[in-house]
Design a protein around this ligand. Sequence first.
Ligand code: ACO
Length: 377
Amino acid sequence: MARYAHIVGWGMAVPQRVVTNHELAQFVDTSDEWIVTRTGIRERRVAGPQESTATLSIAAAEEALAVAGINPRDVDLILVATVTPEHLFPATACLVQDALGAPRAGAFDLLAGCSGFIYALHMAAAAIRAGTHDIALVIGAETLSRIVNWRDRNTCVLFGDGAGAVVLKGSETPGGVLASMIRADGSGGELLILPAGGSRMPISEAVVRDGCHFVRMNGREVFRFATRVMEKATREVVAQAGLRLEDVDLIIPHQANIRIIEAAAKGLGLPMDRFFVNIDRYGNTSSASIPIALCEAVQQGRLKSGDTAVMVAFGAGLTWAAAVVRWGMPLARPRPPWLERLGRITLYLPAQLHSRLMRLWRRFDAWLSRFLRQEGE
Ligand code: ACO
């Protein structure tokens, strides 16, 4: 019996703090007019001191699980796509697994630049179709504000923080992720790079002095690459699904630059109203941009049951990816906020207690084995 991977839950989380173009123009040589006309961005969200890639991931995941009505104990795979993980290791996905209380889940991070969310969706859907996994949490999350140089006008105006998540579930009902593709061209890796912090260039005083711990980008080249692959990948994945462009109800493109989206629309011969755009409010949130846009498209009624959507992205690597999804879910019935809060407390408090107990147990176990060793000597 054929298996299909359906999106049954979705959620997003963005920091409270809004940074407008006008605010940026106060400390970097730029203007609202330049940023809006060249990129389409008006404001972005920036994480506060208590927020990080993991906290945003967890909040988005909790919302997605609530929409799906799925208990985290039933999740068997957690993927976090990010270029700004909580740490180099352990994986941010493991922190999410612990916070949610998902004891049956394998958890790992995936790095594919801004294409990361579609890469993760592609891999999770394949695992579900193969029957090795049944319920997967796929998250795209970033705190890019922590890796941009706030004095570099070429990059700092572009990026924002946030997270989006979907729950994928196996089913024998046709639909869900109909087709997907992932591609890479590593020869363009230097066009968009965080030079330091890895094994090639560990963090040192010299690295920090030279600003190698910040994002570096050849904007013009990335722009040229993006306009080429967005159209190509969309055509390829739609054909792979056995559909025509006319069959697509909504395209959810990576939100990097409105001009890239307009160029893709022109190349595909589609009107702009077929594309979902929210770059004006969030900027480029890398791996989080597509799941955040997906959530807002559903909230705004732009994606309805039975609709066909294409998600398409490009990013550092260089990478690009696309997926066709048949939307099978009616709008989630909103629960009153107090009930939502109560539900979350009863669900996640035990997970927090379990995590604390496990840490305590590990300390006690270490002490006990030391004690027994000393007694034996
Ligand atoms: N404010 C004012 N002027 C600026 C700013 C700014 N914020 N940024 C650049 N400029 C200046 C430049 O210095 C340049 O001045 P010069 O001609 O005197 O040298 C001038 O504006 C034009 O620069 P261009 O690079 O030609 O501007 P362009 O129209 O190409 O826009 C941009 C630049 C927005 C970066 C564009 O190239 C772009 O969007 N590229 C794609 C970037 C992208 O999508 N990156 C994310 C990839 S996804 C991932 O994995 C993270």
